[in-house]
Design a protein around this ligand. Structure first.
Ligand code: OGA
Ligand code: MN
Length: 293
């Protein structure tokens, strides 16, 4: 059965059918998924049961090297998922209980509810993220994704001109710091800002894209309040409903997004009451292509 895509939104995001992602991919299926990702920016693979750790890693790694693990905030109770290739996007402790309200990992993770692009605070940010649903709460906890290529296309020409060649500084200090998260001195040193072009060319489609993220806290050469105001204005533009897809999870879903041309955010749920267990694999990126190139 050949791979096919059914769009889930007018401007991006599709569901991919006709491939068993728990098995090694045939070269033509891999190429079809790559082409689908380049076109849609986000693909949903719907399955009865979540992929195993090994299957999720193998599927992701068929598209390139995984992002190496890097400094994370640990739960007071230790690490739940043994394999460092999996990012633990859950509210659970290693024992399976719900994290305490003041657990640093929980407080840090609340920042996922701000619009962001994964690891934009790394010199070379992530390419794709693949998030697999193991346990979902009965209500809330959608993941919303916004199309940054459509956002660029629909930006007023005057603004396009103004922002096209700007360079920004990204750090988790800016994103989690905006929520009042308290960092240790060591973390402040570890989380030194990195520079990213505000507009980049998406390699697979050739289209220009805004590259935005809550981690973005400065525009190089700009006074800070003026920079923050412009970034807020751009974020508001880029996350208007016309560019946003809200994903309602089912157990077994694997949602794959291209961080180079989308932003996403978690939506709230009653995390003191319901377990939510999501596991993410992440593809390493390549140096950004600035708009001017
Ligand atoms: C992530 C993320 C959002 C969510 O996995 O990178 O931001 O809804 N997840 O859990
Ligand atoms: Mn994320």
């Amino acid at each position: 059965m050949a791979i096919s895509f059914s769009p889930l939104h007018p401007v991006f995001t599709a569901e991919c059918h006709g491939v068993d992602i728990s098995q090694p991919l045939a070269a033509e299926d891999r190429r079809a998924i790559e082409a689908g990702m380049d076109q849609y920016g986000v693909l949903l693979f719907r399955r009865e049961a979540p992929l195993s750790t090994e299957q999720q890693i193998a599927f992701t790694a068929s598209f390139g090297p995984l992002e190496p693990p890097y400094t994370q905030i640990r739960s007071t109770e230790g690490t739940r998922l043994e394999n460092p290739a999996l990012a633990d996007i859950s509210n659970l402790t290693p024992g399976g209980g719900i994290m305490a309200r003041d657990d640093r990992k929980r407080l840090f993770g609340l920042g996922n509810m701000l619009w962001h692009s994964d690891s934009s605070y790394k010199t070379t940010p992530a390419k794709w993220s693949a998030l697999c649903a193991h346990v979902i709460p009965p209500e809330g906890a959608d993941t919303e994704i916004a199309d940054m290529r459509a956002a660029w296309d629909m930006l007023a020409p005057r603004l396009q001109q103004q922002v096209r060649d700007l360079v920004c500084e990204h750090s988790r200090i800016f994103s989690k710091g905006a929520l009042g998260f308290g960092f240790t001195e060591q973390e402040v040193r570890d989380f030194a800002p990195v520079r990213q072009p505000l507009v980049r060319r998406h390699p697979g489609s050739g289209r220009l894209s805004l590259f935005m993220s809550s981690h973005n806290g400065r525009i190089v050469g700009w006074p800070v309040p003026e920079a923050m105001m412009l970034l807020r204005e751009l974020t508001e533009h880029a996350t208007q409903r016309a560019f946003v897809h809200a994903h309602k999870w089912r157990v077994g879903d694997l949602l794959v997004w291209d961080n180079r041309c989308t932003m996403h955010r978690a939506r709230p749920f009653d995390d003191a009451r319901w377990p939510r267990d999501m596991r993410r694999t992440t593809l390493a990126g390549e140096a950004a292509v600035p708009a001017a190139a």
